[in-house]
Design a protein. Sequence first.
Length: 666
Amino acid sequence: MADALENLSTEVRRFAPDPEFAAQANARPEGYAWAKADPQGFWAEQARELLTWSTPFEEVLDWSGAPVARWFADGTINAAYNAVDRHVEAGHGDRVAIYFEGEPGDTRTLTYADLQREVSKAANALVALGVGTGDRVAVYMPLIPEAVIAMLACARIGAPHSVVFGGFSAEALHSRILDAEAKLVITSDGGYRRGSASALKPAVDEALAKGAPTVDHVLVVRRTGQDVEWTEGRDVWWHDALEAASDQHEPVALEAEHPLFILYTSGTTGKPKGILHTTGGYLTQAAYTHLNVFDLKPETDVYWCTADIGWITGHTYVVYAPLINGATQVIYEGTPDTPHRGRWWEIVAKYKVSILYTAPTAIRTCMKWGDDIPGAHDLSSLRVLGSVGEPINPEAWVWYRHVIGGDRTPVVDTWWQTETGAIMISPLPGVTTAKPGSAQVPLPGIAADVVDDDAKPVPNGGGGYLVLTEPWPSMLRGIWGDMERYQDTYWSRFKGLYFAGDGAKKDDDGDIWLLGRVDDVMNVSGHRLSTTEIESALVSHPSVAEAAVVGANDETTGQAVVAFVILRQDAVSDRPAEEIATELRNHVAKEIGPIAKPRTILVVAELPKTRSGKIMRRLLRDIAEHRTVGDATTLADSSVMDLISAGLAAPATSKASPAEPTSATD
Ligand code: PRX
């Protein structure tokens, strides 16, 4: 990605705020100076203004246990109360919280009063199943209202949820259940995807059959009505459990630092990391950023974030922030092209969506499908557009503003991570003059910089590594069960600075341009995948002796997974490479999930290694991106690259069909 984005900062188009928009904007230019002068005072004020505390806090930040922060630690609060009950108490019970659009076209509307009843019943059902404060609950569901209700029910009783993306395999689910020692799994019989019902419950059965001693029950939502295997005594229907439960439930007042959730994300080593988020600081930054970056007006806006709840974007900007802020939002179960490529725009027109938040990969896919498709729908309700997940190329940014936003809407390119919990770097609509392709400036109260190898800030015009230089409220509090890895991964590269893993440049104005990951993490359709994790999956196949994986530039998905494999002697025999490649792709889907399937598998005889045995991925990336192979002098055996190139020209090469365009909901 970095190569493709090298020239980003030569982009010269500028989009100044529209004065009419600026006059009504939530964000104010003074916010920067105020927060800079007194960051803790700034965040304390946001926490008091935007949240309702069960016990008010006095302490703001305790950084004495760095790198583990404690924010608002002497206060108590309940996330579900803030997301639901207080809006009902304030007289907004009839306001729509969720417009649900199922992929087959079924719809449901839930008001805040409906949510309060459902979340209370679900919380009582969890308690009846033996789940207590502090117990972990795994959630493996499609994007249906029950998924949001399940997460809020967990938050209501203080049981941290661990949502596992419904596209992940039984194997991936199993390892996450084990790592978090979940007591309960909430799932559904299935969901609708690309025009048909797909199953989820069998993956839960398979995961639990591998052994999961901590799981007592599985709570199953009926979504599709398909037949499911049933384990008596363990499995419980969601509708039965909720029917039996009271709709009155007192939210538990929890310490601000009580764990709200664990969310697994790929790192540079094989095992996914359980990123731990707590309550008070997370909710503060979620609410503040949502109000200011999207200019949310809860009484009039209809907000739609297309992310799935399996990712951090779905946690913060589908579940917590919009509901904390009392917004009306759309959630959509399916893909953008089911049953036709205008589905998203149909939804925007139908619900008069005014704020849309999605990923560059989806924008590029829609761009490829042509302007006529969005052009056939009334998109005049849109007034703010957001982008997240990967660098957005200026052409896609300008297309988004022009074709989707009718040249009216501000576009906010928001940089953040699972670890940061909420948006960190982004223009503010109505305040910032936007530069297509740049996330630009840290938000008020956030301190970021670009540093060189020696941790020295680079001057304007220079490039280096993105770091965060001060603690922020929604920062991760660690890696579940592995605090040493937390320290090593984020805090050891540059002393006292949080290392984000991204390369970045500062332009002449000091604005930040993200250049993609600098570690062994790939970004495919805005989703994080680890090269090592996919290599481990490939090597676990009996035919594979060795594997090396790289992320290669891809026009639609940003990066694509390209794997180089050495087959075992006995597997080489007479099977066509095409057949082996298909088998390996399916194997990766089974081990991790379909999103991790390599786009291309190249069967090679050797891999380029240094004398110390390290695979030189740089050279493999050259091949994957069809470039002349770079400097190979540090290789232990310099003839290896010739061997690979010669081998690839021969029929042993196998290129699987390109990955289908995925959406931000994938
Ligand atoms: O490389 C950056 C990229 O996505 C990574 C974080 O991935 P994840 O934890 O899955 O969270 C994605 C959604 C918040 C970052 O390290 N990234 C995210 N947003 C942007 C971005 N890269 C450039 N520009 C962005 N706006």
